[in-house]
Design a protein. Structure first.
Length: 439
C-alpha cells in the first residue's frame, strides 16, 4: 500500500523550509517456512524547520497531518542543524519504479543451493551434526524530495551453516547474488573441521597472526567505526584518520563500494538519495575520505559521497554500504608460511573488554595454532588485541588474493607481524554483531 506521499510532501514544503519523505517496505522469508512471510512497512518525514532538523516515523495508516505535526514539534525541540535535503540531487519529475520483485524465483534459487549443501555436507564434514538456516530479505525504499522521487529495491540472501553440538563450527553467506556452487562454504567448513579434533590453550604474548577473510572483516569494521565514521569523531577530532596523510601500509586500499553486484548493501542510491559509487577511504595507504552523511559532511566542510545510511525507522546517519579491502597476491597457505609460528584468527567477536583509543580488541572464539607454516590444532577462546595502525601498517606482512563476503565486508585474509594474545578475563561479555544498516 502506497501512502499519500504527494499530499505529505506538498503540505510539508508549504509549512517548512525543506522536507523529505521516505517510504519503506521489507519482506522476510525463512526458507523453513517459505509461505509465512513477515512483512513490515512504514513512512517517515524529515523537515528543515527554521534551520533545525525534525524527524518522525509511523505506520502507513497514520495521516500526513499527524506526521507533519510531530516532525515540526521534533524540530522545535532539536539542537541539531538541518540541511537542504534536495540539494545536489538529480531532478526526476516522475516516479521511476522498477518491476516488482517476485519472491518465488529467489526462493527456488536459494532452495537449490541449500539442497546441494545438505547432500554434500556429510561427506565433506563427517562426524559433525550440522544445521542450515537460510532466508531472503527483500528491501524497498522510495525517497521523495522537491527534486522528485527515487525508488530502489534489492534482495539479500542469507545462509548460515552451523554445528548443533560440540565445538563451534560455522560458515555464513550474506549476499545479493548467489553462486551456483556452494564450494566456498564447503571448503570453509572442511578446513576448520579438520583442525578442530584437538583443542589446546592459547599461547600468551605477542604472536604473528593470519586473519581469515571473516577476521579481516571484523578488523575493518572496527577501524572504520573508530577512525572514519564522522558521527564518532566529530566531537573528538583526534580520533579521525588523518586526511591526506600516509597512515597505513602502502599496499592497503580500503573502499566503500555500493555498486558491487553481489554486495548486500548495494543499491542505486544511499539513504539520502545520493547516487552510490566506489569511494576510497584509504588509497595505497593514504587517507582519502571519511564516512559522512550530509549533516556531518556540512560540519566537516567536505562534499557528500553517498555515505549516508538508514536504519529501519530512523533518519540518515554516516555509514558504509559494502566495505572492501583490495586483494593481494598471496594464498592463505603462503600467508601461514610467512608467519612460520603463530596463530590463525578466524571468528572474532566484539566484546566489552577495556581498550586504548585506536586499539583493536576482540574475543577469538575460533582460532588455530600455526607451527612451521601449517595449522596444527584449535585453540580455546582468548582475547586478542593490537593497535589498528600497526596491524594494517608497519606490521602488515601480506594480503591474500581470495575475498569472501562476511556481513557487509568483502575482504581477503591478511598476515601481520604481531597481535597480543591474552587469557579471556572473567566477566568479559561477548556482544552481538549484525550486518548493519537497513538501507
Amino acid at each position: 500500500m502506497k501512502p499519500p506521499i504527494g499530499k505529505l510532501i506538498g503540505t510539508a514544503l508549504r509549512r517548512c523550509r525543506d522536507a523529505e519523505v521516505v517510504w519503506e517496505e521489507r519482506t522476510e522469508i525463512d526458507l523453513a517456512e517459505p509461505d509465512h512471510r513477515r512483512q513490515s512497512a512504514g513512512w517517515g518525514l524529515r523537515v528543515n524547520q527554521e534551520g533545525r532538523s525534525g524527524w518522525t516515523w509511523a505506520a502507513l495508516e497514520d495521516t500526513p497531518e499527524n506526521l507533519l505535526d510531530r516532525a515540526v514539534h521534533d524540530a522545535k525541540n532539536s539542537e541539531r542543524d538541518a540541511v537542504l535535503f534536495s540539494h545536489g540531487l538529480p531532478f526526476t519529475g516522475q516516479t521511476m519504479s522498477p518491476d516488482t520483485i517476485e519472491p518465488g524465483p529467489h526462493v527456488v534459487r536459494l532452495s537449490r543451493l541449500v539442497d546441494r549443501l545438505r547432500f554434500l555436507l556429510p561427506s565433506i564434514v563427517p562426524r559433525r551434526t550440522l544445521a542450515i538456516r537460510s532466508g531472503l530479505l527483500i528491501q524497498k525504499m522510495c525517497l521523495v524530495t522537491r527534486a522528485g522521487e527515487q525508488y530502489g529495491q534489492r534482495v539479500v540472501y542469507t545462509v548460515n551453516v552451523y554445528a548443533t553440538e560440540g565445538l563451534p563450527l560455522t560458515a555464513q553467506l550474506v549476499a545479493s547474488r548467489l553462486r551456483e556452487s556452494p564450494a566456498d562454504i564447503l571448503m570453509s567448513l572442511a578446513w576448520r573441521s579438520a583442525h578442530s579434533e584437538e583443542v589446546r590453550s592459547a599461547p600468551e604474548g605477542v604472536q604473528a597472526s593470519v586473519l581469515t577473510e571473516d577476521a579481516t572483516g571484523a578488523l575493518l569494521r572496527d577501524m572504520v567505526r573508530e577512525h572514519f565514521d564522522a558521527s564518532h569523531f566529530l566531537e573528538d577530532p583526534e580520533r579521525a584518520a588523518p586526511w591526506g596523510e600516509s597512515w597505513l601500509h602502502e599496499t592497503v586500499t580500503i573502499k566503500d563500494d555500493g555498486t558491487l553486484p553481489s554486495g548486500p548493501g548495494s543499491g542505486p542510491f544511499d539513504g539520502e538519495g545520493v547516487k552510490k559509487r566506489p569511494v576510497s577511504l584509504v588509497q595505497d595507504g593514504v587517507v582519502h575520505h571519511h564516512i559522512a552523511d550530509r549533516y556531518h559532511a556540512k560540519k566537516l566542510g567536505v562534499d557528500t559521497a553517498g555515505l549516508g545510511v538508514r536504519d529501519w525507522g530512523c533518519p540518515p546517519r554516516p555509514g558504509y554500504s559494502n566495505l572492501t579491502l583490495d586483494p593481494g597476491q598471496n594464498t592463505m597457505g603462503e600467508l601461514a608460511r610467512k608467519i612460520g609460528n603463530g596463530v590463525i584468527l578466524d571468528a572474532l567477536a566484539p566484546c566489552d573488554a577495556p581498550r586504548e583509543p585506536g586499539e583493536f580488541c576482540r574475543v577469538a572464539q575460533v582460532a588455530f595454532r600455526v607451527q612451521n607454516g601449517r595449522p596444527t590444532h584449535r585453540l580455546e577462546p582468548f582475547l586478542v588485541r593490537g593497535k589498528l595502525t600497526d596491524i594494517l601498517g608497519k606490521g602488515l606482512l601480506g594480503i591474500g588474493s581470495e575475498r569472501s563476503w562476511n556481513l557487509r565486508c568483502f575482504t581477503p585474509p591478511i598476515a601481520t607481524a604481531g597481535m597480543a594474545c591474552e587469557p579471556l578475563p572473567n566477566g568479559v561479555k561477548v556482544l552481538e554483531e549484525r550486518s548493519g544498516s537497513w538501507w
